[in-house]
Design a protein around this ligand. Sequence first.
Ligand SMILES: Nc1ncnc2c1ncn2[C@@H]1O[C@H](COP(=O)(O)OP(=O)(O)OP(=O)(O)O)[C@@H](O)[C@H]1O
Ligand SMILES: [Mg+2]
Length: 249
Amino acid sequence: MNVIEARNIVTAFGDRVIHDSISFDVKEGEVFTVIGSSGSGKSTLLKELIMLLRPQSGSIKIFGSDILGFDNDKLKNFSREWGVLFQSSALFSSLTIKENIAILLKEHAGISGALADELVSYKLSLVGLPGHVRHMYPSELSGGMKKRAALARALALEPSLLFLDEPTSGLDPISSRGFDDLILSLRDALALTVVLISHDVHSVTDISSKIMALHDKKVVFLGSVEEAKRCDHKFLKSFFDVKGEQLGK
Ligand SMILES: Nc1ncnc2c1ncn2[C@@H]1O[C@H](COP(=O)(O)OP(=O)(O)OP(=O)(O)O)[C@@H](O)[C@H]1O
Ligand SMILES: [Mg+2]
């Protein structure tokens, strides 16, 4: 089953075209990874998939629904289907970790009090954070803990679709691999479909079910990790060459 069907997406800011007719499908249970150089429009595409931004033309179906046709009420209901970890972590700095998660439970599901407390503990344990973190502020956490807390927040409403924009950027290699393992185990345990944006060649290689490469406003590659490694396109060649260097090839 296709969880996302994007067809002929065209995006422009003023007369600067960012996406020139991009089409792809994301299947249930996949880790669908989007790669591309800085500025190739990966985060912009994510914003379109969650309706923070509207493409100039094209269509986007999520779980079969044409989201570009949604009004605000419908969108608010539907947006519970997905959780998002934004590139800049996006935790509220003036709220504790517990409050960061509880605010979503209250706003979108009307859950508060003891049940919210229990759910916060459960979400923190899902992402491997100790319970005492609930009382801390984002500024008191390490980069890796912040990412996990933001992931707990993204999972607050039990979404079936998870968007992750550069979840391992700024993390050391060991924390990054730990985060990769976490993504895969959560995908399996919670039956998630994951759309991952990443520059991290190790993550891309280790956890992607499918890779889509954006370059020069177009999709220049769509396929498996093995096919991506064999692809002759210059962007993919340089992407995986970096990996070779990092591995001491
Ligand atoms: N709101 C906006 N107004 C004007 N231009 C924008 C806006 N948002 C993004 N852009 C431009 O669109 C292009 C793509 O940006 P985007 O953030 O999607 O890139 P990216 O692939 O996520 O890059 P990175 O890997 O650095 O995160 C950039 O040139 C950016 O300047
Ligand atoms: Mg980005």
